[in-house]
Design a protein around this ligand. Structure first.
Ligand code: GDP
Length: 324
């Protein structure tokens, strides 16, 4: 392991942090080994950040929100990291979420660290990279880690599984459009922020808030939700309105969960989940890397397709061969 890199991360050096994130993004076996050693070493620091997942469809105002919200937190003396998750991205050199023009002010803040999504990675790879990058940001002493994701596919579920709080950003809309938000995503949200509550959209935004507040109450009640959560609020990222209230509410929720034992329990469950994930990925990687197993897989796949052997029996053969 690179001791110097670990030491520099521990002092909050952003260039060292960026290098370490590049390391965890690599799939090379020697890099994976180095990353694992680095993460294990840094775990000893025992630092934790508030991990906030933020989801919303393109155009809803995520980058405007993160910039304004992030600036608010850095102005208050907090260190803020922003990680983007965009498994759909196939652009080279960073995704849509990594456009240089996004979050320009925040990116110049010395207490901020912004990292776009790696491009063209499979969801499993993005999940691992994001989880490990969160740990690196925590070790580097960041107080808040925002994990941004576009409102598509399974990325929300994945992000929710590595966060303390999950926030959904929506635009003001008529009642009919409430149906358009996937129920699964609504159910994950601890807080729905109706953005663009300014100018002509303000009154619509306030109506939308009450629509969602009602829907949320019907939709979800878990032990880890205090009485008044999940909650819907109006914000204007552009004018900075409602951001303080949103932050106060996020902190209140986090504190309540800490006080009631849910913080530690959720993190323990998440860690168990990722342990299983790593074992699964490791087994699959071993399958892919082993020449004999790979050709047995190819042969058996043909036999399965031809109806000569059942999928269950074929899978057992592979597992037996692996054991041998
Ligand atoms: P993203 O694709 O979700 O990251 O959305 P952006 O932050 O790029 O914003 C999309 C558009 O919405 C831009 O033209 C923003 O200026 C605008 N926008 C973002 N937040 C607000 C807001 O609070 N009020 C208004 N009126 N416009 C906003």
């Amino acid at each position: 392991m690179d001791d110097d890199l670990a030491d520099r991360i521990a002092t909050g050096d952003r260039r060292a942090l960026a290098r370490a994130v590049t390391l965890v993004e690599s799939t090379r076996a020697d890099h994976r080994a180095q990353a694992a050693a680095l993460l294990d070493h840094l775990r000893g620091l025992g630092r934790q950040a508030l991990r906030i997942g933020l989801s919303g469809t393109p155009g809803v105002g995520k980058s405007t929100f993160i910039e304004a919200f992030g600036m608010k937190l850095t102005d208050a003396g907090l260190k803020v990291a922003v990680l983007a998750v965009d498994p759909s991205s196939t652009r080279s050199g960073g995704s849509i979420l990594g456009d240089k023009t996004r979050m320009e002010r925040l990116s110049r803040e010395k207490n901020a660290f912004i990292r776009p999504s790696p491009s063209a990675a499979a969801l499993g790879g993005v999940a691992r990279r994001t989880r490990e990058a969160i740990s690196l940001c925590e070790a580097a002493g960041f107080d808040v880690v925002l994990i941004e994701t576009v409102g598509v596919g399974q990325s929300e579920t994945m992000v929710a599984q590595m966060c303390d709080l999950f926030v959904l950003l929506l635009a003001p809309a008529g009642g009919d459009e409430l149906q358009g938000v996937k129920r699964g995503i609504m159910e994950m949200a601890d807080m729905i922020l109706i953005n663009k509550a300014d100018g002509e959209l303000k009154s619509t935004a306030i109506r939308t808030v009450s629509d969602y507040a009602g829907a949320l109450r019907l939709l979800r009640k878990r032990p880890q939700d205090p009485d008044d959560f999940p909650k819907a609020l109006a914000v204007s990222a552009l004018e900075g309105e409602g951001l303080q209230t949103a932050w106060d509410e996020m902190q209140a929720l986090a504190e309540w969960r800490r006080d009631h034992g849910f913080w530690d329990r959720t993190r323990a469950e998440q860690a168990a989940h990722w342990f299983e994930f790593e074992v699964r990925e490791g087994l699959l990687a071993r399958l892919r890397e082993d020449q004999a197993l790979r050709s047995a897989m190819t042969d058996l796949a043909q036999s399965v397709a031809a109806g000569e052997v059942t999928p269950t029996a074929a899978a057992r053969q592979i597992l037996d061969q692996m054991r041998g």
